[in-house]
Every structure is written in structure tokens, then in C-alpha cells.
Design a protein around this ligand. Sequence first.
Ligand SMILES: O=C(O)CCC(=O)C(=O)O
Ligand SMILES: [Mn+2]
Length: 210
Amino acid sequence: MKQTSLFETIPSQYRQNYLPKDGSAYYHAEWMSGPDSANLMNQLKNSLQWEADQLFMFGKQVVTRRQVAWVGDANCTYTYSGVKKHAQPWIPELLAVKAQMEKLAQAEFNSCLLNLYHDGKDGMGWHSDNEKELDANSPIASLSLGATRKFAFRHKTDKTTISLPLENGSALVMNAPTQQFWQHALLKTTAIHTARINLTFRKINHHYDN
Ligand SMILES: O=C(O)CCC(=O)C(=O)O
Ligand SMILES: [Mn+2]
């Protein structure tokens, strides 16, 4: 991956907080250039091991059309739906992005969850990134590649809803305590026929690694 145009200083007018209270979510448009975003998307599609996600919904196991890849430091494990998952190793391209996301979010990350949405029929329902393994004080930094998709926040108590389009090459930094007070979702649509990859850089606390 060429590094020259990758991470330019972000003009401040492109940085915007979308949440009025109980956390903050900074959106950075054009954080990565168009060509670099396209290259990275191809590399991630081809180099990582993607698998369908398995969730429990209404007491049933559901296998998603959306695919996921979980990458992280060797000691990162994550348990969900009763299954202990081990992270796949970092690839150089992803380590380079991680370093830049750490600068942007002013935090250190040790894992990255990637989601591949084939088209608008793939999405992600309302949830918070508040699994017990995650460091609740750490921001979660997300990078979007490919199709523009609508992302929404919903406040857990007063149900205030805020939505924004996540564009190709954009970054979104959700700071604590956002996950405690807000849910988020990637909304489905019939209007999008192309793929999107989203990367969320996270910090796993190791004392849950047993
Ligand atoms: O695709 C997105 O923008 C959101 C992904 C997400 O919320 C997650 O991976 O937890
Ligand atoms: Mn999430």
C-alpha cells in the first residue's frame, strides 16, 4: 500500500461531533483518500479470513449474510454466543491503519473487528459495543470503505435518534461513555448494490482472557 497520500492532516471543518450528550462521536470525512480506500478494501477482502457471524436472536441461532473477520494481538480472545474466538494475526496494511487510528483517537488498540456488507441487504441491528472484554474507557474508532451507508445512534433512555451517512474513507470515533448511553445500528436499504467494509478498532482487556 502506498503511504504518501494516506493520512493527511484532517482539516477541522471535516471533524464533527454528532452526539448532543452522554458521550461523543466524531466524524472525519475523507480521512483516507479514494484510491487508498479502494486499495485497502481489496487487500482486506483478499487477505483476511472472512466468516459468517453467528448470533443468538430470540432464542435461536442465526447465521448472518454479513461476514466478519476479527484481527488482533495474539493474546486477544473474545467469547460470544458461548464460543471463544481467537483473533487472526495483524497484516501489515492493517497495522499501518491501526497506528493512524490510534493517533486520531488518542488511544491504543489491540484488536479490530471487520464487517463485510455485500450490499444494502446486509446490515447490523441495534446494539452497543459494551461486551465485558472491551475496555469501557477506551474509544472505538471505525473506518468505512466502499459504499456509503446510513449509521444511526439511539439514546437508551430518551430514544433520541441521530443518523449520519458513513462515506468511503471516513472515520468515526466514539468516545466513552457513548456505549453506555447509546446504541447504534447500520441500517439496511434496498438502494445499495455494492459492498462496504467497516473496521472497528477496539481495546480488549486481558484479564478476561481465560
Ligand atoms: O458497520 C458499521 O459501521 C458498524 C459496525 C459495528 O457497529 C460493529 O462492528 O460493532
Ligand atoms: Mn458496534
